[in-house]
Write a protein that binds this ligand. Sequence first.
Ligand SMILES: [Zn+2]
Length: 160
Amino acid sequence: MREKTCTICKEPFTYKNKSKQYCSNACKQQALRNRQKVKLKQSIYAMEGLNGTHNVKLINRMFNTCIRQTESMCKGMSIHYSIIIFMKKMIQSLKLNAPVDSKLKKQLDRMKGIMTTLYKYSKNNQCEYGYVCFDQRTSNNTLNALNQIKRLRKKSDSNN
Ligand SMILES: [Zn+2]
């Protein structure tokens, strides 16, 4: 009979069979539970990672759509006030779902600023049917701000 230390309870135990790792059935069960816990944790991490990247891809795609839509709104297109509200809310929820402290979140925050300005403008300048067309100054300011965001987005693309 030889002696070795149980990997679970750290108590010394005697063994006949060299492959025996645990002092008792209880410790053997505990070891099995530990392994299952690790597996579960690993799969949870893997899932979170996957969802994380899917989220970012989706946010980026919707963000780009919002930028393009806002650009066309600044090119003399008359739009309904409700579209602005919709886009403002969309940017807000994209921002909420963007990874904490990310460049993407900061870019969305800038976009939110643009949407707030356009929202205020359309609140005061819509026709009786709720349609609005931005004046030259608002359009130019917005397009400039959008170009800045697009530059930031290109830069963070090449950094990744
Ligand atoms: Zn043990």
